[in-house]
Design a binder for this molecule. Structure first.
Ligand code: G3P
Length: 194
């Protein structure tokens, strides 16, 4: 049990590093929480107009999930899922930002890369197809979050599927403002400045 708690805390600390906020601040772009959706994720960093920073945010927010899973898994394989959950929760509820973090999509993908990379490819294909068709980052993420647990259940690891059911539900809860905007037709499209 101590190992699981240690993995959860280790993952949390990695996940709670708010890369979007740190990168935009370092680039002198001000506080990303004051523009667009107010989120600290790559989609909102893109609303600053800086594509490179948005890509770096996506990469680093995903990497912290992958790193948590792989490092914990290296020491004790059974703790990998807990480190992944910790990283995801750390991104969503970082103690450093008064527990007001991001929406978890990039970190969710990063954890998935670490635990079941084949299904991470499915995530990427679904996300890209939906983004290409409709141009809403949130809709693309929500669709991928529905497909991933189903794909995990049928294709690879049922035990990991439970973790992703939980994380997908949390992703939906975190996107409730996006869902209202999608239904109202007022959601910002990818790349539109905010
Ligand atoms: O990954 C977050 C994305 O799904 C929505 O971001 O900034 O449009 O709320 P945002």
């Amino acid at each position: 049990t101590y190992g699981l708690i240690l993995a959860l805390v280790f993952g949390y600390l990695l996940g709670s590093i708010p890369f979007g906020l740190l990168l935009t601040r370092a680039a002198g772009l001000g506080d990303v929480r004051k523009i667009g959706s107010g989120n600290i994720g790559a989609t909102n960093v893109l609303r600053t107009g800086n594509k490179g920073l948005a890509a770096a945010t996506l990469l680093l927010d995903a990497l912290k999930g992958t790193a948590a899973v792989l490092i914990a898994g290296h020491f004790a394989p059974e703790t990998a899922v807990w480190a992944g959950l910790g990283a995801f929760l750390g991104h969503l509820f970082p103690v450093w930002l008064g527990f007001k973090g991001g929406k978890g999509v990039a970190t969710y993908l990063g954890v998935l890369i670490g635990l079941a990379w084949q299904v991470a490819l499915i995530f990427a294909v679904v996300w890209l197809a939906m983004a290409f068709l409709f141009r809403y980052s949130s809709l693309a993420a929500l669709t991928a979050a529905v497909i991933v647990p189903i794909a995990l259940y049928f294709l690879s690891a049922p035990q990991i599927a439970v973790l992703f059911v939980v994380m997908s539900i949390i992703v939906f809860i975190k996107h409730r403002a996006n869902i209202s905007r999608l239904l109202a037709g007022t959601e910002g499209k990818i790349g539109a400045k905010g």
